[in-house]
Design a protein around this ligand. Structure first.
Ligand code: SF4
Length: 357
């Protein structure tokens, strides 16, 4: 089968045929930010947490996960015994997840502990690798998503623990603001593990790593003002990885899943300016044709764009060949048992905090 010479239509047909031949043994989930032609053929789509949970519930032995590497890794952490998680393009990385690792996070925790004289609680955003999640599990911390970060952070603050939030500065800063934490008690931690000056370090309640999403960090207050000026009747909804000034000027902020549900449930004819990844905004525009959808800026994630019909078909073909005993799986993502164990502890902590509140 010469996949390299297939048209897009032929690739879609091929992927669907192999999947139906394998009768439930192969599933193809796709993140919301992946190209529309792939999301349309996917078994299900969602944000990174939803994908990981839905994959583990599916029990399908082969999963071609169309997303960036940390998403496949998160699915591998929660995968059932015998499940193989593949990613179509191994170099589809998330720059934000790359901005810290467990060694650096450990050093930051030590420094926070020595300066506050309290045991800090590490809280890591889902957009991170297994070593970071595992560190949180080992140190009594938790994973969080953009929709539950506030609850998780509040829990540790109420216990009197300073929180080390990483890797996304903006999500942490928005959460701290919503929780009413005083500005002098919110401290940025720079890449050389130095602290922001002019803050009350000893009493600080939250330390925020200097990481960011290059897509969501792009928009500024003037973009919001300009969009309001052009689309006067539109509401503005943005992702909380956006800068605080942007979130404060918007009508609603929420996770990718929340943005999707909000638009889906809005009245026909309503108008929305959306501040998140552009491929997703464009798909929403095509899906909900009865609403007026405008992007805050046209900013696609270049790493999500690396997942194509061609490399998805190649991953699917490798599953077909592997089952027939004719080859290896392409780009299988695995996580060591040690990392899996403590990452799961941090994920379970998140569920415990969210469900217990
Ligand atoms: S949109 Fe941002 S956070 Fe999401 S994968 Fe791309 S760079 Fe990472």
């Amino acid at each position: 089968m010469d996949i390299f010479n297939m048209t897009d239509e032929e690739l879609v047909k091929y992927i669907k045929e192999v999947r139906s031949k394998l009768k439930g043994d192969l599933i193809i989930p796709a993140h919301h930010y992946i190209n529309r032609d792939i999301v349309e053929l996917a078994d299900f789509s969602g944000d990174s947490y939803k994908l990981a949970v839905d994959v583990s519930r599916s029990k399908a032995p082969f999963v071609v996960l169309c997303g960036v590497r940390f998403m496949a890794e998160s699915a591998a952490i929660l995968a059932a015994e015998g499940q193989h998680i593949l990613i179509p393009e191994i170099d589809a990385l998330c720059p934000m997840a790359e901005m810290i690792d467990a060694n650096v996070a450990s050093l930051a925790l030590e420094k926070i502990q020595s300066i506050t004289a309290k045991e800090p609680a590490p809280v890591v955003y889902m957009n991170s690798y297994a070593d970071s999640k595992s560190l949180c599990g080992k140190r009594g911390g938790s994973v969080c998503t953009s929709s539950n970060a506030e609850k998780i952070v509040r829990k540790y603050i109420d216990e009197g623990k300073p929180v080390f939030f990483f890797p996304d500065f903006h999500l942490g800063n928005n959460v701290a603001h919503n929780l009413g934490i005083k500005d002098e008690l919110i401290v940025k931690v720079y890449r050389d593990i130095s602290f922001e000056e002019g803050k009350n370090l000893r009493e600080a309640q939250i330390f925020l790593w200097d990481g960011f999403c290059p897509i969501h960090q792009q928009w500024h207050a003037e973009d919001v003002h300009k969009a309001r000026e052009i689309y006067k009747d539109a509401k503005i909804i943005v992702h909380p990885e956006s800068q605080k000034e942007v979130v404060l000027l918007s009508d609603i902020s929420g996770s990718t899943q929340k943005i999707y549900e909000t638009i889906k449930n809005s009245s026909p004819g309503s108008s929305w300016i959306i501040g998140t990844e552009f491929t997703f905004v464009d798909r929403i525009k095509h899906t909900f044709k009865d609403k007026n959808i405008y992007p805050l800026l046209e900013s696609p994630c270049s790493n999500m764009k690396k997942i194509t019909l061609l490399n998805t078909a190649l991953a699917v073909q490798s599953v077909e060949n592997f089952i027939d005993g004719k080859g290896e799986l392409l780009n299988e993502i695995t996580v060591s048992e040690e990392l899996k164990k403590y990452s799961k502890v941090a994920l379970e902590k998140m569920i415990e905090i969210v469900e217990g509140s």
